[in-house]
Design a protein around this ligand. Structure first.
Ligand code: MSP
Length: 521
Protein backbone atom coordinates (compact mmCIF):
# COMPACT_ATOMS: atom_id res chain seq x y z
CA UNK A 1 0.00 0.00 0.00
CA UNK A 2 1.32 3.49 -0.88
CA UNK A 3 2.17 5.48 2.25
CA UNK A 4 -0.45 8.14 3.04
CA UNK A 5 0.93 11.68 2.81
CA UNK A 6 2.06 12.98 6.20
CA UNK A 7 -0.03 16.17 6.14
CA UNK A 8 -3.80 16.40 6.11
CA UNK A 9 -5.92 19.55 5.79
CA UNK A 10 -9.67 19.53 6.41
CA UNK A 11 -12.16 22.39 6.36
CA UNK A 12 -15.76 23.11 7.30
CA UNK A 13 -17.82 25.68 5.45
CA UNK A 14 -17.54 29.01 7.22
CA UNK A 15 -20.88 29.80 8.81
CA UNK A 16 -22.99 32.85 8.12
CA UNK A 17 -23.20 34.91 11.25
CA UNK A 18 -26.81 35.93 10.69
CA UNK A 19 -27.95 32.76 12.40
CA UNK A 20 -27.42 31.15 15.78
CA UNK A 21 -25.81 27.73 15.49
CA UNK A 22 -28.12 24.73 15.11
CA UNK A 23 -27.49 21.02 14.65
CA UNK A 24 -26.99 21.43 10.88
CA UNK A 25 -23.96 23.63 11.61
CA UNK A 26 -22.69 21.34 14.34
CA UNK A 27 -22.98 18.37 11.96
CA UNK A 28 -20.47 19.48 9.31
CA UNK A 29 -17.95 20.55 11.92
CA UNK A 30 -18.43 17.34 13.90
CA UNK A 31 -17.73 15.21 10.84
CA UNK A 32 -14.54 17.20 10.20
CA UNK A 33 -13.60 16.88 13.86
CA UNK A 34 -13.97 13.09 13.79
CA UNK A 35 -11.82 12.85 10.66
CA UNK A 36 -9.23 15.29 12.04
CA UNK A 37 -8.98 13.37 15.32
CA UNK A 38 -8.71 10.09 13.44
CA UNK A 39 -5.88 11.43 11.29
CA UNK A 40 -4.01 12.88 14.29
CA UNK A 41 -4.27 9.57 16.16
CA UNK A 42 -2.98 7.95 12.99
CA UNK A 43 0.16 10.09 13.16
CA UNK A 44 -0.69 12.63 10.47
CA UNK A 45 0.21 16.32 10.69
CA UNK A 46 -3.33 17.78 10.64
CA UNK A 47 -4.78 21.22 9.97
CA UNK A 48 -8.47 21.51 10.82
CA UNK A 49 -10.11 24.81 9.96
CA UNK A 50 -13.52 26.28 10.72
CA UNK A 51 -14.78 29.83 11.04
CA UNK A 52 -17.39 32.43 10.15
CA UNK A 53 -18.51 34.07 6.91
CA UNK A 54 -19.10 37.64 7.92
CA UNK A 55 -19.52 39.76 4.79
CA UNK A 56 -22.30 40.16 2.25
CA UNK A 57 -25.75 41.55 1.93
CA UNK A 58 -27.39 38.96 4.17
CA UNK A 59 -25.16 39.75 7.14
CA UNK A 60 -25.38 43.50 6.52
CA UNK A 61 -29.19 43.27 6.52
CA UNK A 62 -29.21 41.16 9.70
CA UNK A 63 -26.96 43.70 11.43
CA UNK A 64 -29.23 46.56 10.37
CA UNK A 65 -32.23 44.65 11.66
CA UNK A 66 -30.45 44.17 14.99
CA UNK A 67 -29.69 47.91 15.03
CA UNK A 68 -25.90 47.50 15.23
CA UNK A 69 -22.96 48.19 12.96
CA UNK A 70 -21.97 45.11 10.93
CA UNK A 71 -18.59 44.71 12.65
CA UNK A 72 -20.09 44.84 16.15
CA UNK A 73 -22.80 42.42 15.02
CA UNK A 74 -20.35 39.92 13.54
CA UNK A 75 -18.10 40.15 16.61
CA UNK A 76 -21.04 39.11 18.73
CA UNK A 77 -22.48 36.38 16.57
CA UNK A 78 -19.16 34.86 15.54
CA UNK A 79 -18.54 34.20 19.24
CA UNK A 80 -21.56 31.84 19.27
CA UNK A 81 -19.74 29.60 16.80
CA UNK A 82 -16.56 29.61 18.87
CA UNK A 83 -18.63 28.72 21.94
CA UNK A 84 -20.24 25.89 19.96
CA UNK A 85 -16.80 24.54 19.04
CA UNK A 86 -15.84 24.45 22.70
CA UNK A 87 -19.12 22.87 23.82
CA UNK A 88 -18.85 20.11 21.21
CA UNK A 89 -15.12 19.59 21.90
CA UNK A 90 -14.22 20.39 18.31
CA UNK A 91 -10.47 20.20 17.89
CA UNK A 92 -10.06 22.86 15.18
CA UNK A 93 -6.54 24.27 14.94
CA UNK A 94 -7.72 27.63 13.65
CA UNK A 95 -10.91 29.69 13.57
CA UNK A 96 -11.04 32.12 10.70
CA UNK A 97 -13.20 35.22 10.41
CA UNK A 98 -13.51 36.82 6.99
CA UNK A 99 -13.28 40.27 8.62
CA UNK A 100 -9.68 39.61 9.68
CA UNK A 101 -6.82 41.50 7.98
CA UNK A 102 -5.08 38.24 6.95
CA UNK A 103 -8.19 37.33 4.97
CA UNK A 104 -8.52 40.70 3.25
CA UNK A 105 -4.90 40.35 2.15
CA UNK A 106 -5.39 36.84 0.76
CA UNK A 107 -8.66 37.65 -1.01
CA UNK A 108 -7.29 40.74 -2.68
CA UNK A 109 -4.19 38.79 -3.73
CA UNK A 110 -6.36 36.10 -5.31
CA UNK A 111 -8.35 38.78 -7.16
CA UNK A 112 -5.13 40.33 -8.46
CA UNK A 113 -3.88 36.93 -9.62
CA UNK A 114 -7.13 36.39 -11.53
CA UNK A 115 -7.04 39.86 -13.01
CA UNK A 116 -3.38 39.55 -14.04
CA UNK A 117 -4.25 36.37 -15.93
CA UNK A 118 -7.11 38.04 -17.77
CA UNK A 119 -9.78 36.00 -15.97
CA UNK A 120 -11.79 39.01 -14.78
CA UNK A 121 -13.43 41.72 -16.89
CA UNK A 122 -15.74 44.65 -16.21
CA UNK A 123 -19.35 44.75 -17.38
CA UNK A 124 -22.88 45.21 -16.08
CA UNK A 125 -24.97 42.62 -14.29
CA UNK A 126 -28.68 42.61 -14.86
CA UNK A 127 -30.45 39.64 -13.36
CA UNK A 128 -31.90 37.90 -10.35
CA UNK A 129 -30.21 37.58 -6.98
CA UNK A 130 -31.32 35.77 -3.83
CA UNK A 131 -29.90 37.40 -0.72
CA UNK A 132 -30.75 34.39 1.45
CA UNK A 133 -28.58 32.13 -0.74
CA UNK A 134 -26.18 34.93 -1.75
CA UNK A 135 -26.56 33.47 -5.24
CA UNK A 136 -27.43 34.57 -8.78
CA UNK A 137 -30.19 32.75 -10.67
CA UNK A 138 -31.23 32.50 -14.31
CA UNK A 139 -34.82 33.51 -15.16
CA UNK A 140 -35.68 29.97 -16.28
CA UNK A 141 -34.73 28.60 -12.85
CA UNK A 142 -37.33 30.74 -11.06
CA UNK A 143 -40.97 30.14 -10.27
CA UNK A 144 -43.70 32.70 -9.61
CA UNK A 145 -44.57 33.22 -5.99
CA UNK A 146 -47.39 35.22 -4.41
CA UNK A 147 -47.53 38.99 -5.10
CA UNK A 148 -45.49 38.61 -8.30
CA UNK A 149 -42.40 37.54 -6.33
CA UNK A 150 -39.79 35.38 -8.03
CA UNK A 151 -38.69 32.29 -6.11
CA UNK A 152 -35.39 30.43 -6.47
CA UNK A 153 -35.33 26.59 -6.57
CA UNK A 154 -34.20 26.71 -2.93
CA UNK A 155 -37.35 28.62 -1.95
CA UNK A 156 -35.48 31.91 -1.47
CA UNK A 157 -36.99 35.20 -2.65
CA UNK A 158 -35.13 36.81 -5.56
CA UNK A 159 -34.66 40.46 -6.34
CA UNK A 160 -33.80 42.11 -9.65
CA UNK A 161 -30.28 43.55 -9.58
CA UNK A 162 -28.80 45.87 -12.17
CA UNK A 163 -25.38 47.30 -11.49
CA UNK A 164 -21.85 47.63 -12.85
CA UNK A 165 -19.98 44.45 -12.03
CA UNK A 166 -16.79 42.55 -12.63
CA UNK A 167 -17.19 39.11 -14.15
CA UNK A 168 -15.12 35.97 -13.86
CA UNK A 169 -14.74 34.02 -17.13
CA UNK A 170 -16.36 30.89 -15.75
CA UNK A 171 -17.68 29.89 -19.19
CA UNK A 172 -14.10 29.37 -20.37
CA UNK A 173 -13.53 26.73 -17.65
CA UNK A 174 -16.25 24.27 -18.58
CA UNK A 175 -14.01 21.83 -20.47
CA UNK A 176 -11.16 22.03 -18.00
CA UNK A 177 -13.54 21.39 -15.10
CA UNK A 178 -15.02 18.38 -16.88
CA UNK A 179 -11.51 17.11 -17.60
CA UNK A 180 -10.64 17.51 -13.93
CA UNK A 181 -13.73 15.53 -12.79
CA UNK A 182 -12.90 12.85 -15.36
CA UNK A 183 -9.26 12.55 -14.33
CA UNK A 184 -10.11 12.60 -10.60
CA UNK A 185 -13.20 10.43 -10.16
CA UNK A 186 -13.14 10.90 -6.39
CA UNK A 187 -12.75 14.69 -6.48
CA UNK A 188 -16.45 14.95 -5.58
CA UNK A 189 -18.03 12.41 -3.24
CA UNK A 190 -20.49 10.75 -2.84
CA UNK A 191 -20.70 9.54 -6.45
CA UNK A 192 -24.35 10.56 -6.88
CA UNK A 193 -23.49 14.15 -6.01
CA UNK A 194 -20.58 14.05 -8.42
CA UNK A 195 -22.90 13.05 -11.24
CA UNK A 196 -25.18 16.01 -10.48
CA UNK A 197 -22.25 18.41 -10.68
CA UNK A 198 -20.98 16.90 -13.93
CA UNK A 199 -24.46 17.21 -15.48
CA UNK A 200 -24.69 20.82 -14.35
CA UNK A 201 -21.31 21.76 -15.84
CA UNK A 202 -22.09 19.87 -19.07
CA UNK A 203 -25.26 21.90 -19.48
CA UNK A 204 -23.07 25.01 -19.93
CA UNK A 205 -21.56 27.66 -17.67
CA UNK A 206 -22.09 31.41 -17.80
CA UNK A 207 -19.60 34.01 -16.66
CA UNK A 208 -20.08 34.83 -13.01
CA UNK A 209 -20.65 38.26 -11.53
CA UNK A 210 -17.99 38.65 -8.83
CA UNK A 211 -18.52 42.16 -7.49
CA UNK A 212 -21.32 44.31 -6.14
CA UNK A 213 -21.75 48.06 -5.85
CA UNK A 214 -25.11 48.57 -4.14
CA UNK A 215 -23.88 47.90 -0.60
CA UNK A 216 -20.49 48.07 1.03
CA UNK A 217 -20.11 45.28 3.61
CA UNK A 218 -17.34 43.35 1.97
CA UNK A 219 -13.75 43.37 0.75
CA UNK A 220 -13.01 46.19 -1.73
CA UNK A 221 -11.91 45.25 -5.22
CA UNK A 222 -8.23 46.22 -5.54
CA UNK A 223 -7.98 49.45 -7.54
CA UNK A 224 -11.76 49.98 -7.70
CA UNK A 225 -13.12 50.40 -4.17
CA UNK A 226 -16.62 51.33 -5.40
CA UNK A 227 -16.94 47.54 -5.85
CA UNK A 228 -16.85 44.94 -3.12
CA UNK A 229 -16.15 41.33 -3.95
CA UNK A 230 -18.97 38.82 -4.32
CA UNK A 231 -19.32 37.20 -0.92
CA UNK A 232 -18.74 33.66 -2.23
CA UNK A 233 -15.40 34.59 -3.81
CA UNK A 234 -14.50 36.23 -0.50
CA UNK A 235 -15.75 33.28 1.58
CA UNK A 236 -14.17 30.46 -0.45
CA UNK A 237 -10.79 32.14 -0.22
CA UNK A 238 -10.79 31.54 3.56
CA UNK A 239 -9.40 28.07 2.90
CA UNK A 240 -6.32 29.66 1.31
CA UNK A 241 -6.01 32.44 3.88
CA UNK A 242 -5.61 29.92 6.66
CA UNK A 243 -2.55 28.37 5.01
CA UNK A 244 -0.92 31.74 4.60
CA UNK A 245 -1.76 32.56 0.97
CA UNK A 246 -0.39 34.54 -0.89
CA UNK A 247 2.79 33.01 0.52
CA UNK A 248 3.16 29.85 -1.56
CA UNK A 249 6.94 29.47 -1.25
CA UNK A 250 8.45 26.02 -0.69
CA UNK A 251 8.15 25.19 3.00
CA UNK A 252 5.16 27.56 3.53
CA UNK A 253 1.93 26.24 5.06
CA UNK A 254 0.35 26.47 1.62
CA UNK A 255 3.10 24.28 0.27
CA UNK A 256 2.69 21.76 3.08
CA UNK A 257 -1.06 21.50 3.30
CA UNK A 258 -2.85 22.77 0.22
CA UNK A 259 -2.50 19.83 -2.16
CA UNK A 260 -4.27 17.52 0.29
CA UNK A 261 -7.13 19.80 1.28
CA UNK A 262 -10.51 18.16 1.95
CA UNK A 263 -13.61 20.39 1.96
CA UNK A 264 -16.68 19.00 3.75
CA UNK A 265 -19.87 20.86 2.87
CA UNK A 266 -23.64 20.48 2.92
CA UNK A 267 -25.28 19.47 -0.35
CA UNK A 268 -26.80 22.96 -0.75
CA UNK A 269 -23.40 24.55 -1.26
CA UNK A 270 -21.74 21.86 -3.33
CA UNK A 271 -21.89 23.85 -6.58
CA UNK A 272 -19.90 26.71 -5.09
CA UNK A 273 -17.21 24.31 -3.89
CA UNK A 274 -17.06 21.88 -6.79
CA UNK A 275 -17.57 24.26 -9.72
CA UNK A 276 -16.76 27.89 -8.91
CA UNK A 277 -13.96 27.19 -6.43
CA UNK A 278 -11.80 24.84 -8.56
CA UNK A 279 -12.34 27.21 -11.51
CA UNK A 280 -11.16 30.22 -9.47
CA UNK A 281 -8.15 28.26 -8.26
CA UNK A 282 -7.10 26.87 -11.61
CA UNK A 283 -7.63 30.30 -13.18
CA UNK A 284 -5.27 31.80 -10.58
CA UNK A 285 -2.69 29.11 -11.31
CA UNK A 286 -3.35 27.21 -8.06
CA UNK A 287 -4.20 23.56 -7.49
CA UNK A 288 -7.86 22.59 -7.01
CA UNK A 289 -8.78 20.89 -3.73
CA UNK A 290 -8.16 17.18 -3.31
CA UNK A 291 -11.73 16.34 -2.27
CA UNK A 292 -15.12 17.99 -1.93
CA UNK A 293 -17.54 15.85 0.07
CA UNK A 294 -21.22 16.84 0.26
CA UNK A 295 -23.33 15.58 3.14
CA UNK A 296 -27.11 15.58 3.43
CA UNK A 297 -29.52 17.58 5.54
CA UNK A 298 -31.17 16.83 8.85
CA UNK A 299 -34.87 17.11 9.41
CA UNK A 300 -36.41 17.11 12.89
CA UNK A 301 -39.04 14.51 13.70
CA UNK A 302 -39.77 14.32 9.96
CA UNK A 303 -40.00 18.07 9.37
CA UNK A 304 -37.71 20.63 7.82
CA UNK A 305 -35.92 22.65 10.49
CA UNK A 306 -37.22 26.21 10.42
CA UNK A 307 -37.62 29.20 12.66
CA UNK A 308 -41.28 29.51 11.71
CA UNK A 309 -42.01 25.92 12.77
CA UNK A 310 -40.10 26.58 15.98
CA UNK A 311 -38.30 23.23 15.71
CA UNK A 312 -34.74 24.45 15.33
CA UNK A 313 -32.55 22.43 17.69
CA UNK A 314 -29.54 24.10 19.27
CA UNK A 315 -26.62 21.71 19.70
CA UNK A 316 -26.33 22.50 23.43
CA UNK A 317 -29.91 21.28 23.95
CA UNK A 318 -28.89 17.86 22.65
CA UNK A 319 -25.72 17.80 24.69
CA UNK A 320 -27.61 18.78 27.86
CA UNK A 321 -30.35 16.22 27.25
CA UNK A 322 -28.34 13.23 26.00
CA UNK A 323 -24.68 13.88 26.76
CA UNK A 324 -21.87 15.03 24.49
CA UNK A 325 -20.44 11.70 23.39
CA UNK A 326 -23.94 10.31 22.90
CA UNK A 327 -24.86 13.24 20.65
CA UNK A 328 -21.64 12.95 18.69
CA UNK A 329 -22.14 9.21 18.26
CA UNK A 330 -25.76 9.53 17.18
CA UNK A 331 -25.06 12.18 14.54
CA UNK A 332 -22.24 10.12 13.03
CA UNK A 333 -23.92 6.70 13.21
CA UNK A 334 -27.59 7.24 12.54
CA UNK A 335 -27.37 8.38 8.93
CA UNK A 336 -25.01 7.22 6.18
CA UNK A 337 -22.73 10.21 5.69
CA UNK A 338 -23.86 11.81 2.45
CA UNK A 339 -27.58 10.99 2.87
CA UNK A 340 -30.34 13.11 4.37
CA UNK A 341 -31.44 12.05 7.81
CA UNK A 342 -34.04 12.59 10.45
CA UNK A 343 -33.44 13.44 14.06
CA UNK A 344 -35.99 11.99 16.43
CA UNK A 345 -35.95 11.54 20.18
CA UNK A 346 -36.90 7.89 19.69
CA UNK A 347 -34.00 7.19 17.34
CA UNK A 348 -31.59 8.94 19.69
CA UNK A 349 -32.76 6.94 22.71
CA UNK A 350 -32.53 3.71 20.71
CA UNK A 351 -28.90 4.42 19.84
CA UNK A 352 -28.01 5.42 23.40
CA UNK A 353 -29.67 2.44 25.03
CA UNK A 354 -28.91 -0.07 22.27
CA UNK A 355 -25.51 0.59 20.71
CA UNK A 356 -23.95 2.43 23.63
CA UNK A 357 -25.45 1.14 26.90
CA UNK A 358 -26.31 -2.45 25.88
CA UNK A 359 -23.65 -3.28 23.32
CA UNK A 360 -20.47 -1.30 23.98
CA UNK A 361 -21.12 -0.20 27.58
CA UNK A 362 -22.25 -3.59 28.81
CA UNK A 363 -19.30 -5.33 27.18
CA UNK A 364 -16.87 -3.04 28.98
CA UNK A 365 -18.77 -3.20 32.25
CA UNK A 366 -19.13 -6.96 32.48
CA UNK A 367 -15.57 -7.71 31.40
CA UNK A 368 -14.03 -5.17 33.74
CA UNK A 369 -16.16 -6.21 36.72
CA UNK A 370 -15.18 -9.86 36.20
CA UNK A 371 -11.54 -8.81 36.03
CA UNK A 372 -11.92 -6.71 39.19
CA UNK A 373 -13.59 -9.56 41.10
CA UNK A 374 -11.72 -12.59 39.83
CA UNK A 375 -8.30 -11.44 38.64
CA UNK A 376 -7.14 -9.40 41.61
CA UNK A 377 -8.09 -6.07 39.97
CA UNK A 378 -5.20 -6.41 37.53
CA UNK A 379 -4.84 -7.25 33.83
CA UNK A 380 -5.25 -11.06 33.72
CA UNK A 381 -2.52 -13.38 32.54
CA UNK A 382 -3.28 -15.22 29.31
CA UNK A 383 -2.34 -18.82 28.60
CA UNK A 384 -2.47 -20.76 25.30
CA UNK A 385 -4.96 -19.25 22.84
CA UNK A 386 -7.73 -21.13 21.11
CA UNK A 387 -9.05 -20.49 17.59
CA UNK A 388 -11.92 -18.50 19.03
CA UNK A 389 -9.44 -16.27 20.90
CA UNK A 390 -7.36 -15.74 17.76
CA UNK A 391 -10.46 -14.95 15.74
CA UNK A 392 -11.62 -12.26 18.17
CA UNK A 393 -8.18 -10.68 18.50
CA UNK A 394 -7.70 -10.91 14.75
CA UNK A 395 -10.93 -9.02 14.08
CA UNK A 396 -9.87 -6.31 16.56
CA UNK A 397 -6.43 -6.03 14.95
CA UNK A 398 -7.90 -5.80 11.44
CA UNK A 399 -10.02 -2.84 12.42
CA UNK A 400 -7.46 -0.11 11.87
CA UNK A 401 -6.66 -0.90 8.25
CA UNK A 402 -10.33 -1.33 7.42
CA UNK A 403 -11.30 1.87 9.24
CA UNK A 404 -8.62 3.86 7.42
CA UNK A 405 -10.09 2.81 4.10
CA UNK A 406 -13.53 4.10 5.13
CA UNK A 407 -12.24 7.37 6.60
CA UNK A 408 -10.26 7.94 3.40
CA UNK A 409 -13.63 8.29 1.59
CA UNK A 410 -15.41 10.00 4.50
CA UNK A 411 -17.65 6.95 5.07
CA UNK A 412 -17.99 7.75 8.77
CA UNK A 413 -21.01 5.51 9.27
CA UNK A 414 -19.20 2.52 7.74
CA UNK A 415 -16.25 3.14 10.04
CA UNK A 416 -18.64 2.88 13.01
CA UNK A 417 -20.34 -0.18 11.51
CA UNK A 418 -16.94 -1.90 11.45
CA UNK A 419 -16.23 -1.03 15.06
CA UNK A 420 -19.65 -2.21 16.19
CA UNK A 421 -19.24 -5.47 14.30
CA UNK A 422 -16.30 -6.19 16.62
CA UNK A 423 -18.34 -5.07 19.65
CA UNK A 424 -20.87 -7.70 18.53
CA UNK A 425 -18.15 -10.34 18.07
CA UNK A 426 -16.84 -9.63 21.56
CA UNK A 427 -20.29 -9.87 23.15
CA UNK A 428 -20.92 -13.21 21.41
CA UNK A 429 -17.52 -14.44 22.54
CA UNK A 430 -18.35 -13.57 26.17
CA UNK A 431 -21.59 -15.54 25.90
CA UNK A 432 -19.91 -18.52 24.24
CA UNK A 433 -16.86 -18.65 26.51
CA UNK A 434 -18.90 -17.95 29.67
CA UNK A 435 -15.91 -16.82 31.76
CA UNK A 436 -18.09 -16.65 34.91
CA UNK A 437 -18.55 -20.44 34.69
CA UNK A 438 -14.80 -20.98 34.24
CA UNK A 439 -14.01 -19.30 37.53
CA UNK A 440 -14.36 -22.57 39.45
CA UNK A 441 -13.66 -25.12 36.71
CA UNK A 442 -10.70 -23.61 34.85
CA UNK A 443 -9.38 -20.31 36.24
CA UNK A 444 -6.41 -20.34 33.84
CA UNK A 445 -8.74 -20.44 30.86
CA UNK A 446 -10.88 -17.72 32.48
CA UNK A 447 -7.76 -15.53 32.63
CA UNK A 448 -7.11 -16.10 28.94
CA UNK A 449 -10.70 -15.28 27.96
CA UNK A 450 -10.78 -12.11 30.04
CA UNK A 451 -7.39 -11.08 28.71
CA UNK A 452 -8.55 -11.46 25.09
CA UNK A 453 -11.63 -9.42 25.91
CA UNK A 454 -9.68 -6.67 27.67
CA UNK A 455 -7.27 -6.48 24.76
CA UNK A 456 -10.18 -6.27 22.31
CA UNK A 457 -11.72 -3.46 24.38
CA UNK A 458 -8.38 -1.64 24.30
CA UNK A 459 -8.55 -1.69 20.49
CA UNK A 460 -12.16 -0.57 20.47
CA UNK A 461 -11.59 2.30 22.88
CA UNK A 462 -8.55 3.59 20.98
CA UNK A 463 -10.59 3.55 17.78
CA UNK A 464 -13.70 5.20 19.21
CA UNK A 465 -11.71 8.20 20.51
CA UNK A 466 -12.35 10.32 17.37
CA UNK A 467 -16.12 10.03 17.83
CA UNK A 468 -16.41 9.81 21.63
CA UNK A 469 -13.28 11.36 23.11
CA UNK A 470 -14.52 11.49 26.73
CA UNK A 471 -16.05 8.03 27.08
CA UNK A 472 -13.23 6.36 25.15
CA UNK A 473 -10.69 8.10 27.38
CA UNK A 474 -12.52 6.81 30.46
CA UNK A 475 -12.44 3.25 29.13
CA UNK A 476 -8.71 3.56 28.45
CA UNK A 477 -8.28 4.89 32.00
CA UNK A 478 -10.11 1.81 33.30
CA UNK A 479 -7.61 -0.34 31.38
CA UNK A 480 -4.71 1.75 32.74
CA UNK A 481 -3.54 2.56 29.21
CA UNK A 482 -1.05 5.44 29.57
CA UNK A 483 -1.81 8.64 27.61
CA UNK A 484 1.15 8.12 25.28
CA UNK A 485 -0.18 4.69 24.28
CA UNK A 486 -3.52 5.86 22.94
CA UNK A 487 -2.57 6.67 19.36
CA UNK A 488 -3.16 4.19 16.54
CA UNK A 489 0.51 3.25 16.60
CA UNK A 490 -0.37 1.38 19.81
CA UNK A 491 -2.81 -0.91 17.95
CA UNK A 492 -0.19 -3.63 17.65
CA UNK A 493 0.55 -6.75 19.71
CA UNK A 494 3.74 -5.21 21.13
CA UNK A 495 1.63 -2.56 22.87
CA UNK A 496 -0.82 -5.12 24.23
CA UNK A 497 -1.97 -4.85 27.84
CA UNK A 498 0.72 -6.06 30.23
CA UNK A 499 -0.52 -8.90 32.47
CA UNK A 500 -0.50 -7.96 36.13
CA UNK A 501 -0.98 -4.20 35.56
CA UNK A 502 -3.19 -2.96 38.43
CA UNK A 503 -6.55 -1.58 37.28
CA UNK A 504 -8.82 1.02 38.90
CA UNK A 505 -12.30 0.07 40.14
CA UNK A 506 -14.63 -0.23 37.13
CA UNK A 507 -17.39 2.37 36.71
CA UNK A 508 -20.17 2.39 34.09
CA UNK A 509 -19.31 4.52 31.04
CA UNK A 510 -22.56 4.61 29.06
CA UNK A 511 -25.66 5.17 31.21
CA UNK A 512 -29.07 4.25 29.83
CA UNK A 513 -31.33 7.15 28.88
CA UNK A 514 -34.42 6.80 31.05
CA UNK A 515 -36.27 10.09 30.63
CA UNK A 516 -38.68 9.65 27.75
CA UNK A 517 -39.31 13.32 27.01
CA UNK A 518 -37.97 14.91 23.86
CA UNK A 519 -36.00 18.14 24.38
CA UNK A 520 -38.37 21.06 24.70
CA UNK A 521 -41.41 18.74 24.95
N1 MSP B 1 -21.46 30.82 4.49
C1 MSP B 1 -21.81 29.75 3.61
C2 MSP B 1 -20.65 28.80 3.40
C3 MSP B 1 -19.41 29.43 2.87
S1 MSP B 1 -18.13 28.27 2.73
C4 MSP B 1 -16.93 29.03 1.89
C5 MSP B 1 -23.00 28.99 4.20
N2 MSP B 1 -23.19 29.10 5.49
S2 MSP B 1 -24.42 28.48 6.31
O1 MSP B 1 -24.22 28.89 7.66
O2 MSP B 1 -25.65 28.85 5.71
O3 MSP B 1 -24.36 26.94 6.16
C6 MSP B 1 -23.25 26.22 6.57
C7 MSP B 1 -23.44 24.74 6.51
O4 MSP B 1 -24.51 24.30 7.35
C8 MSP B 1 -23.74 24.21 5.11
O5 MSP B 1 -22.83 23.15 4.82
C9 MSP B 1 -25.14 23.67 5.24
O6 MSP B 1 -25.35 22.58 4.40
C10 MSP B 1 -25.18 23.26 6.69
N3 MSP B 1 -26.55 23.11 7.14
C11 MSP B 1 -27.47 24.08 7.35
N4 MSP B 1 -28.65 23.48 7.70
C12 MSP B 1 -28.51 22.13 7.72
C13 MSP B 1 -29.32 21.03 8.07
N5 MSP B 1 -30.59 21.15 8.40
N6 MSP B 1 -28.74 19.79 8.05
C14 MSP B 1 -27.42 19.60 7.76
N7 MSP B 1 -26.64 20.61 7.42
C15 MSP B 1 -27.17 21.88 7.28
O7 MSP B 1 -23.67 28.30 3.47
Amino acid sequence: MAAAPATFYITTPIYYVNDVPHIGHAYTTLACDVIARFMRLDGRDVRFLTGTDEHGQKVQTSAARAGVAPQAFTDRVSQNFRDLARAMRFSNDDFIRTTEPRHKRATQALWQALEARGEIYRGTYAGWYAVRDEAYYQPEELTDGPDGRKIAPTGADCEWVEEPSYFFRLSAWQDRLLAHYEANPDFILPAGKRNEVVAFVRSGLRDLSVSRTTFDWGIPVPGDPAHIMYVWLDALTNYLTAVGYPDTAPGSDYDRYWAGVHHLVGKDILRFHAVYWPAFLMAAGLAPPRRVFAHGWWTIEGQKMSKSLGNVIAPHTLVDTYGLDQTRYFLMREVPFGNDGDFSHRAMVNRINGDLANDYGNLVQRVLSMVAKNCGAAVPTPDARTDADQRLLGSARDLLARSRAEIEVQALHRFLDLVWAVVGDANRYVDEQAPWALRKTDPVRMGTVLYCLAETIRHLAILTQPVMPDASGRILDLLAVPPDRRGFAALTPDHALAPGTPLPAPAPVFPRHVDDAAPGA
